[in-house]
Design a protein around this ligand. Structure first.
Ligand SMILES: N[C@@H](CCC(=O)N[C@@H](CS)C(=O)NCC(=O)O)C(=O)O
Length: 215
């Protein structure tokens, strides 16, 4: 999801081949034996295998919404927060969502672990309190907007939001009852944005031949 967001934000056209994970095409495993998605194969045959690297590749080429240059903080600051999300938060999320895949895991303890991380995220968003600016929406100087690194969306928002969405979906009424007003507003803005809508279109799984043109 984060790779698609960045490719769409960059307006980077590519051929999309939808993969069903329980039926991975041989071509995917040939390009990237680790067998996870997303994978981006470049025209010269180079392969980018990590979602964050695909985001960076797309945005370095074209970054019309300045996702790599947030209003406050630096690219390194964003990468540090994303690394923390991909580590601590994602580990807790996987164990909360799929406790049966692990031994001796209490999902509620994992939810607590994630909650501690989200409390920090809420404080960070609240520091830029205001109406959340939808990705792609023009900033209105008269109206404050929020993002993780300033008053608009950046790389960090697009990279972290998909995992917060997954966390929220495990038990939506519980998530909605938590004291995280800034996160609730931020997530809603993303989920209601035309950018999010555009990347969530359903595609038929690839079965050979030409994929579909994305975005
Ligand atoms: N660090 C990788 C993780 C990718 C990842 O774990 N993707 C999941 C789907 S969201 C996957 O492909 N899992 C393989 C499987 O379930 O077989 C990245 O961000 O690109």
């Amino acid at each position: 999801m984060r790779a698609r967001l960045a490719l769409a934000a960059a307006g980077q056209a590519c051929e999309l081949r939808e993969v069903v994970l329980r039926n991975k095409p041989a071509e995917l495993l040939q390009a990237s034996p680790k067998g996870t998605v997303p994978v981006l194969v470049l025209p010269d045959g180079d392969v980018i295998e990590q979602s964050l690297d695909i985001m960076l590749w797309a945005l370095w080429r074209h970054d019309p919404q300045q996702w790599l240059a947030p209003p406050s903080g630096t690219l390194d600051d964003m990468l540090a927060l994303i690394a923390d999300c991909d580590g601590e938060f994602k580990q807790g999320l996987d164990r909360y969502k799929y406790p049966q895949r692990y031994e001796n895991i209490n999902p509620l303890q994992q939810r607590e672990r994630c909650s501690a991380w989200l409390a920090g995220l809420d404080a960070r968003l609240a520091a830029h309190a205001g109406t959340a600016l939808r990705p792609g929406e023009a900033a209105d100087a008269a109206k404050p907007h929020n993002g993780l690194f300033g008053a608009r969306a950046s790389l960090a928002d697009a990279a972290i939001m998909p995992f917060v969405r997954q966390f929220a979906q495990v038990d939506r009424p519980w998530f909605d009852s938590q004291p995280w007003p800034a996160i609730h507003g931020w997530l809603t803005s993303w989920l209601e944005s035309p950018l999010f809508d555009s990347i969530m279109k359903k595609h038929t799984p690839w079965a050979g031949g030409q994929g579909v043109c994305f975005p």
